[in-house]
Design a protein around this ligand. Sequence first.
Ligand code: AMP
Length: 436
Amino acid sequence: MKFRENTKKTGRSTRPVRARKTKRANTESNQNVRKVLNIDFDVSCMTAFKKLGLDTPILRALKTLKFEKPTSIQEQAIPYAIAGKDILAGSETGSGKTLAFGAGIIQNAKSRAGVQALILTPTRELAEQVSSSLKVFAQTTRLNITAIYGGVSINPQIRNLTRTEVIVATPGRMLDHINRGTVKLGNINTIVLDEADTMLDMGFIRDVESIIRACPKKRQTMMFSATLTDGVQKLSKKHTMNPVKLFTKSSVDPKKLTQIAYNTSVNLKFSLLAHLLKNEESELAMVFCNTRRNTDRVTKDLNYVGIRAKAIHGGLSQDKRNKVIQNFHSKRIDVLVCTDVAARGLDIQGVSHVYNYEVPIDSNQYVHRIGRTARAGKEGKAINLILKRDQRKFSKVLSDNALTVAKEKAPYVERAQLRETQAVAQGYNRKQQFAR
Ligand code: AMP
């Protein structure tokens, strides 16, 4: 990986954000993408999508995206989604599930007929990602799609909710709007629970159920989940009617994924990470830590040794989180150092390496982490840095999933020179708390 020198911190824009601007944001973004309508359009190369029942407006959008054929989950789900059937799908991020549930919504929703579809996602990043994708899929229609999540001002959301047809929301902020009476749910005919397993893991079950109860009973319900755990099945039994059950193979190709474990010591762990990041032939890399604090520390130290890294975790403001994700997407940073929650469900193209700087709590989390790489036919590497004290925990994580991880001898590394003052200023004891 080639790293550019760290540049100076970019200052915040000093331009005032005008209320009028925010007010029009939704409409404008839709109008901008509609300009794409001017392209010459020939649906003949879209036969495979057409066969699923998609009509011209959405086919146009898919053509601009250069999608050639549907993914497995799209092939299975789109006809049912358009027909209004309930769906329970085992399908992970990266499988193309947003179009799988979004196609039906976009095709069936009517402009200016109130909120007709509600998609619930577990994280703010995922809400942003799903709503951006839907805006692109709906670029040739007059539908408005609004992302609703916490950590940002509620007022622009209240204004946008009066003229939107599709909402993509995190449960907490959605419930807030329902309780304030700032959203009308009477016309909702479709609910999607995206990443249902994560939603349950994150303890959103009560919020999700309250939201579903506030929506009309006569509706289509689609549930998408990377893993179909007992909790997900139970939720599906409660809220779907005779759902079609769909399963897709993992979008991570095990043949393209190399998994390695290096035993290392407290003193050399950080240095090994920095060495690998600098010397491995790679595109983008994600480094997983278990706490916000360690995420920040690793990031700071990577920056100090000249690696363009940024942290993402739940302790950062939403603006900052969105900016970091955007910069990683556009490859302005090379390394994303993250906690599990912030990185769940994100689909980022070009992640060639996933590093487990700290051992995940269980095999489920391990699988979620490594699933960020080896996608869409590309090669990927998952590298685990294991301290002696973590070996048992790591063996347990692997044995639960019968995963094959090659144990390799770590390359020789010199201990990275870091500013001691940095550690002292943060009041942390390197030896005890944080393995370098
Ligand atoms: P998703 O699982 O919905 O987050 O989609 C993962 C990625 O695959 C996104 O970048 C989509 O734009 C892309 N994608 C979805 N469907 C297709 C398709 N049929 N052909 C090519 N790329 C697709």
